[in-house]
Design a protein around this ligand. Structure first.
Ligand code: ADP
Ligand code: MG
Length: 226
């Protein structure tokens, strides 16, 4: 569950990136967040990761107010929120397998669990055979699949994707979206920031539109039951 109550975020130089945003995203939803460059989309993602604090209002993720999470609790909080970015952010000097395993080693998972989960995740994203490759040996679409495997390997409830197809051609972008849809079908809440109107139209999901920091449209949301 994700909830924003009267959330505003201003940056130092007086830029108001978000202005009184109220949103509810339920467990298991697939949501697009769209809006032109500078509208506040990445600020929204960073608030959900507790990379930024709101200037006003409250952000709830998985039932917890992020304001109540201490510095010490941030690593365990982030384990429940996977994230992928436009530029993949893989470790260039590590093989595909180790890029994914890294996320588990950080949380001190057992080597038995790592050996079990990493190949499973790589198979899920369609890269079971490329586990020995280095990121530079892969296409952009494949690199993004590795990033998705890494984001999901600790089984987070939520996956955030900030322009995950921004560097990809149309076919690869479409395949990444289909993969995100499959991940959502398996139960993960998925939030995708994108510019790609074609994809948004074709996928037929909830679409939250942000304009100059304000939610101006929210189409396809299910009625609020709680
Ligand atoms: P988007 O992801 O939709 O392009 P952002 O959330 O990155 O938008 O940015 C929203 C607004 O906040 C923009 O005007 C941007 O210039 C400004 N902004 C973003 N990050 C910072 C920052 N660290 N310091 C000052 N202004 C920022
Ligand atoms: Mg952005």
């Amino acid at each position: 569950m994700i909830r924003l109550e009267h959330v505003s975020k201003s940056y130092e130089k007086g830029v108001q990136a978000l202005n009184d945003v109220n949103l509810h995203i339920r467990p298991g939803e697939f949501v697009f967040v769209v809006g032109s460059s500078g509208s506040g989309k990445s600020t929204f993602i960073k608030l959900l990761l507790k990379e930024l604090e709101p200037t006003k209002g409250t952000v709830y993720v998985n039932g917890k107010s992020l304001g109540a999470i201490s510095h010490k609790q941030i690593p365990s909080f982030r384990r429940n929120v996977g994230v992928v970015f436009q530029n993949y952010r893989l470790l260039p000097d590590r093989r595909v397998y180790d890029n994914v395993a890294f996320a588990m080693r950080v949380v001190e998972a057992s080597s038995r669990k790592i050996k079990e989960r990493v190949p499973k995740m790589l198979t899920l994203v369609g890269l079971g055979a490329q586990y020995k490759s280095f990121p530079r040996e892969l296409s952009g679409g494949e690199q993004q699949r590795v990033a998705i495997a890494r984001a999901l390997v600790n089984e987070p409830k939520i996956l955030l994707a900030d322009e995950p197809t921004g560097n990809l051609d149309k076919d690869n972008a479409w395949e990444i979206m289909k993969l995100l849809e499959e991940i959502n079908r398996r139960g993960t809440t998925v939030i995708v920031v994108t510019h790609d109107q074609g994809i948004v139209r074709a996928m037929n999901k909830r679409v939250i539109t942000i304009k100059r920091g304000v939610v101006v449209d929210d189409k396809g949301a299910k009625p609020d039951a709680d």
